[in-house]
Design a protein around this ligand. Structure first.
Ligand code: HEM
Length: 408
């Protein structure tokens, strides 16, 4: 079996990470698909093919430990996302048992929150809205803070921490010394904040998710204090930094395809497949990682045991061997088993919630905004390459109507 060093793949990966390509990294992802599995100069492996990514997401010979040299946190103190079975499965069971029941029956409440956010901008004449700051960001933040029991007055403090911390998800060599120091400070502040919150809930429990995790019914499943804090941090960050991009990317797709926007206005059922297509076409989480616990034969090559693996979800989602017209935005695409929420045992815990928030927010925008148009196309993008999305999304409109239709 031959393994080839592939400077072009290394360069393609570097291009995807470069901020100048953030608005449209897709031509670079497309070129990665010429070779579905490539070795990078740093010894890690880049996987871009749909089937290959799926195979690795489901392969028990992969570990969720990304072998990130900068991550010096002891294994027991890492989040669910970086854990392997059997501990992963035990932890995930507790989290889903507490999380899923709390999000059932939430659609009406989500509809009210969206309505309230848009009501603040009702206008009988022309105006402008920043879809990120005015809707896409505050909606999931309010929802996750309510769910977890983060007091409303702490939301801004927590929001700024989340922003500072997500930069830490990007590859270390794309960050400056100062950024890395800043990251350490933000991590310290997060630990301090979460420990305070946990202490308050311990003496004054409520019916929120944090209290649920803390006093979980099955004593064998009770999380130790470190795991409780880490899990809380993961849910809060996931709730702050992902759905915002789904709603913003969805808005962008709608405004770039006025025919689809017009259809959604009269056919709210379109929201379900449309959000799936946004998750495929312009996914909020662009890549993930694993490591190989054994030699793994794949696509005619062997990823050696101990290697870091970079899974290019955004490339797999546009693999022409899996999706017809992969670069085209097809709002009612059938057979859309995209990789936007990952796959296998780490499949996104928040997928149902994120889908509901995006479906409701995009439908409300389509119904209430009259003659919307993008002020900047492309809009300015945030620094992050992995959790990728617009920094701001100013939209001009002729009118923003009151909400006439009851929430679905
Ligand atoms: C559009 C929004 C979202 C997207 C695109 C997204 C995407 C993903 C992806 C791709 C993974 C798998 C990562 C991997 O396998 O390495 C994941 C895992 C996860 N997500 Fe999400 N996510 C979103 C929203 C949320 C929300 C709102 C929550 C909860 C508040 C959440 C909680 C989690 C958790 C806890 C995991 C880890 C599951 C495990 O390791 O077993 N996500 N998400």
């Amino acid at each position: 079996m031959t393994t080839s060093t592939a400077p072009p793949a290394t360069e393609q990966f570097a291009r995807v990470l470069r901020h100048e390509h953030r608005a449209d990294p897709y031509p670079h992802y497309a070129r990665m698909l010429d070779r579905r599995v490539s070795r990078l100069d740093d010894g890690s492996w880049l996987v871009s093919g749909y089937q290959e990514i799926r195979q690795l997401l489901h392969d028990p010979r992969t570990s969720a430990d990304r072998l990130d040299p900068q991550n010096t946190t002891p294994k027991a103190a890492r989040s669910l996302l970086l854990q392997d079975p059997p501990f992963h499965d035990q932890l995930r069971r507790v989290v889903t048992q507490e999380f899923i029941p709390r999000i059932m029956g939430m659609r009406d409440h989500l509809g009210e929150l969206v309505a309230r956010l848009l009501d603040a901008h009702i206008s009988a004449g022309p105006g402008e809205l920043d879809v990120v700051a005015d809707l896409a960001y505050p909606l999931p933040v309010t929802v996750i803070c309510e769910l977890l029991g983060v007091p409303t007055e702490d939301e801004p403090l927590f929001g700024s921490l989340a922003r500072r911390l997500t930069r830490g998800l990007d590859p270390v060599d794309t960050q400056t010394e100062e950024e890395l120091r800043e990251l350490d400070r933000a991590r310290g502040e997060l630990v301090h904040y979460l420990e305070g919150l946990i202490a308050r809930r311990r003496s004054d429990p409520g019916d929120d998710l944090l209290s649920g995790l803390m006093f979980h019914q099955d004593p064998d499943d009770v999380l130790d204090p470190v795991q409780l804090r880490v899990t809380l941090g993961l849910l809060l960050i996931a709730g702050h930094e992902t759905t915002v991009n789904l709603i913003a990317n969805g808005t962008l797709a709608l405004l770039r395809h006025p025919d689809v926007l017009a259809r959604l206005r009269t056919d709210p059922d379109l929201a379900t497949p449309l959000v799936e297509e946004v998750l495929r076409h312009d996914p909020p989480v662009q890549m993930s990682g694993r490591s190989a616990l054994a030699d793994i034969d794949i696509a005619g090559t062997t990823i050696p045991r101990g290697s870091r693996i970079r899974l290019m979800l955004a490339a797999g989602n546009r693999d022409a061997t899996r999706f017809d017209y992969p670069g085209r935005f097809v709002p009612d695409r059938r057979d859309n088993a995209h990789l936007g929420f990952g796959g296998g045992i780490h499949y996104c815990v928040g997928a149902t919630l994120a889908r509901a928030e995006a479906q409701i927010a995009l439908t409300a925008l389509a119904r209430r905004l009259q003659e919307p148009r993008l002020v900047d196309d492309p809009p300015p993008y945030r620094e992050n390459a992995i959790l990728r999305g617009p920094e701001r999304l100013p939209v001009a409109f002729a009118r923003l109507d009151p909400d006439h239709t009851p929430a679905r």
